[in-house]
Design a protein around this ligand. Structure first.
Ligand code: AMP
Length: 336
């Protein structure tokens, strides 16, 4: 069975934008392909320490994984969750691949250039990030890696490093699919972008300071109602789905459709031409408040121990696969 691999950052509390734009699509992808693919969901904790960690890292990891479970991720014999640092082969393969990757190609990586620009000093982890990522992918012979567009360059470099290694040492690595195939697989053109409630021309982001601009996954129903009822709309006075001229109203229609799991066309047909923005806001408030209440209830039922048990199982599986590939690599370069 081929493998799909995705890394989920162990973040702080997430927004409704993260939920609808990243969490749910990933959960649906995992549940859709389980049976056809192995689906590896890992927390890239070694990648995270290239910068300062906010808050309690271990707690954040468990909370993020609980979000995925509460959103419906079904961990089973084909869907595995694990922490990168609990599978030592990642760091070891990274070292071996460091001896194949070149300074020149790493210096050309956009993420490295952006993160190091203007800094007097920059840690080696930031520079070496793509090689560790290549190890994450190649250890499991992953074909598809659903990630943000900013990471495509790192998938391309993974292909280059693997190809160069294979050329020198024999056919050890399976190359991940090319960028164009990754895009097709992820259906990126359909990517969802939930807007900021106060400035709907921007995307909803957890780093925005104004609390009313974003719905957080731990918001109470009262907070949800207050935020949605005060969302910015427009002076057109008639409801139409038109992201350019009526981004606030269109954002609410989009949220209503996604949260109630109905096609956007059905929701827009229901509201198109109506004039009461207040009624639409009330409806969306209720839909979101209800969804979050149910989500939070499911979240409460998942204990730390539940997650740790799943992680331990996932890490046993990951270590088996990764260690077998690492041994192949070690033999190929002459270490074993
Ligand atoms: P970030 O919160 O920027 O670290 O993003 C984490 C994930 O959530 C990424 O896959 C983003 O594309 C996704 N995401 C963040 N904000 C939104 C949003 N407002 N709408 C849709 N997806 C989002």
């Amino acid at each position: 069975m081929k493998t799909i691999l995705t890394g989920i950052r162990s973040n702080s509390v997430l927004t409704l934008g993260n939920y609808l734009g990243a969490l749910l699509p990933m959960v649906r992808l995992a549940n859709k392909y389980s049976g056809e693919y192995q689906f590896n969901v890992f927390v890239p904790d070694l990648h995270s320490i290239i910068s300062e960690i906010d808050g309690n890292f271990k707690e954040n990891t468990l909370r993020t994984l609980k979000y995925y479970l509460a959103a419906g991720l079904l961990v089973n014999k084909n869907v595995h969750i694990y922490r990168q640092s609990y599978v030592p082969a990642h760091a070891e393969l990274c070292w071996i691949l460091n001896c194949t990757a070149t300074m020149g190609e790493m210096s050309r990586m956009t993420q490295y250039k952006e993160k190091s620009e203007g800094k007097a000093s920059c840690n080696v982890g930031i520079f070496d990030y793509p090689v560790l990522m290549a190890a994450d992918i190649l250890l499991y012979s992953a074909e598809f890696i659903p990630l943000g567009e900013d990471q495509f360059q790192h998938i391309e470099i993974t292909r280059d490093i693997a190809e160069r290694f294979n050329h020198k040492h024999g056919e050890v690595f399976v190359l991940p699919a090319k960028t164009a195939e990754q895009i097709k697989f992820m259906e990126i053109e359909k990517a969802i972008r939930i807007r900021d409630l106060i400035s709907p021309e921007k995307k909803m982001s957890k780093s925005t300071v104004a609390e009313n601009s974003k719905i957080m996954l731990d918001d109470t129903p009262e907070a949800v109602r207050k935020k949605i009822m005060s969302a910015t709309t427009d002076s057109v006075g008639v409801i139409h789905f038109d992201m350019v001229n009526q981004p606030g109203i269109s954002n609410l229609l989009q949220i209503e459709a996604l949260v109630s799991n109905r096609p956007l066309s059905e929701v827009t047909a229901e509201w198109d031409g109506k004039t009461s923005y207040g009624d639409l806001k009330k409806q969306v408030s209720e839909t979101v408040a209800k969804m979050l209440e149910e989500f939070q209830a499911r979240l409460k039922e998942i204990s730390d121990e539940d997650v740790i048990l799943l992680l331990e199982e996932g890490e046993k599986y990951a270590n088996e696969i990764a260690n077998a590939k690492l041994l192949e690599v070690q033999k190929a370069v002459g270490l074993r």
